[in-house]
Ligand binder design. Sequence first.
Ligand SMILES: O=C(O)/C=C/C=C(\O)C(=O)O
Length: 112
Amino acid sequence: MPVVTVDWWSGFGEDKRRQLARSVTAAVVEVTGCRADSVTLIIRDIERDHWARGGVLAHEREAAAPEAGAPEAAAPEAGAPEAAAPEAGAPEAAAPEAAAPEATEASASGSS
Ligand SMILES: O=C(O)/C=C/C=C(\O)C(=O)O
């Protein structure tokens, strides 16, 4: 009975929540092999004044650079703003294969 929680900024509408529910559920089913009706998704809308990164509240960061982080301004259909321009310090941007367990398994099976 997998339970997935997504915390994201308030502003996405019901269509986006429905799309997220379908996509996340499909991904969990694909990965685990469980039934779709056993997957629970909890979506929590967080106001930007209750969200801080790097010690700065998001609404204050947005006020300083409005185009930098608002999902509405960054075409949410295309994915998170970070997906389009990963930050230099993000581990997944630096070496995605290093963190993937499949890479280790593939190497192990290939060498035996
Ligand atoms: O930059 C952050 O700290 C958070 C960004 C969050 C979103 O873009 C979102 O929930 O849509």
